[in-house]
Design a protein around this ligand. Sequence first.
Ligand SMILES: C[S@@+](CC[C@H](N)C(=O)[O-])C[C@H]1O[C@@H](n2cnc3c(N)ncnc32)[C@H](O)[C@@H]1O
Length: 369
Amino acid sequence: MKLPWAPEDLPNAAADRFGSLKPALREAGFTDDVVARRLGAADAIDLLSHSAMYAVYSALDVESLTTDTAGALIQLFVRNGPLPRDRYEHVVSAPLARVLEALALVRIDEGQVSPTVSISPVRSLYLLSDALFTTGPGDVAITMATGAGLVMPPHASSFTLLDAIRTTASETLLDIGCGSGILALASWTSCASVIGIDVNPRAVAYSRVNAAVNAIPAAFTVADMNRNPLPAERADRLVFNSPTGPRRSPETGWTSAQGALRSVVRAMGTVLVPGGTADVLVIAELPQGRALPDLVDEWLADLRGWKEVRVREVPGSPQAVSARDLASGRLSPKCLLADGPEDRARLLHSLRVRGIESVVPAVVSITSV
Ligand SMILES: C[S@@+](CC[C@H](N)C(=O)[O-])C[C@H]1O[C@@H](n2cnc3c(N)ncnc32)[C@H](O)[C@@H]1O
């Protein structure tokens, strides 16, 4: 789908016009705790980790959800569904409607208003992204987004990594694979400065918009960490929520944990200061009888430029497959690594035939020499 704004229209630090969005959304009561509560989630992180599930649960209640402004915004930008035009005009104030329409965040057809982006309120930020799924007008069906290059909302993995990194006020941070910009933007208050790169220009466009929306001075650039990681200045710390996952078929598009960590170590020499740290979230497959720290040592053994590795596995993650899941042949419906019963069965089968004992999310911290 076409972006409402061309990336080239959004040079870093420009886009003053996005500054009006955050106060308007806040004033409308569209805050993370309100959104979570209205959709029945424990909190905003739980909501974003299982957003499609909450969208389905709330489907029968859309009529009563959208009787006020916050509810209308939840329907449009969290459930990613349409709103009848008369309802929109009734509950969304004229000044808020002007902001949404001036920024092309909604599309108005004859009798219906539809969102052009997803908006995730999280902690004190608002993050625009493509929609992970869309909902129909009043039914329970949801359609998952597919297509290369889409920029997903913040996800369980984003928060796992965010909570694992401990930045200090004097450190500069480079967010590799910035996506919507969540890691850089959420770290801004605890760092000296934040910048980000992504190989996907659409992700950089969203990150720039989100920096402008949240009035954060963060620079985002299109770059491939395997070719030209190249920010002008070296950072003290880099973070990478890597697109890794179990390989049940070539079309999953996920890289291996080994590949992601080797790429990071190769890039570290050019993007980190000596002694700087990379925090990388990987989803790793563990063959029978193997422990992740030993595997990581093996994966990196022939590479130079790093001196220390620390592996912190993430227990109870919705991105894990335990040995017990594999033995019982049952994967929790809450597992985010598979989409639906057939896909869960396919994943379990693929892991079994390849002798994989478990799938483990972990934050791997690598210190450069
Ligand atoms: C799992 S997403 C994480 C997005 C965001 N950081 C978050 O936590 O929500 C991985 C991101 O890495 C980017 N990416 C993948 N390979 C890359 C590469 N070689 N160089 C730069 N970015 C890359 C993808 O485009 C994607 O935006």
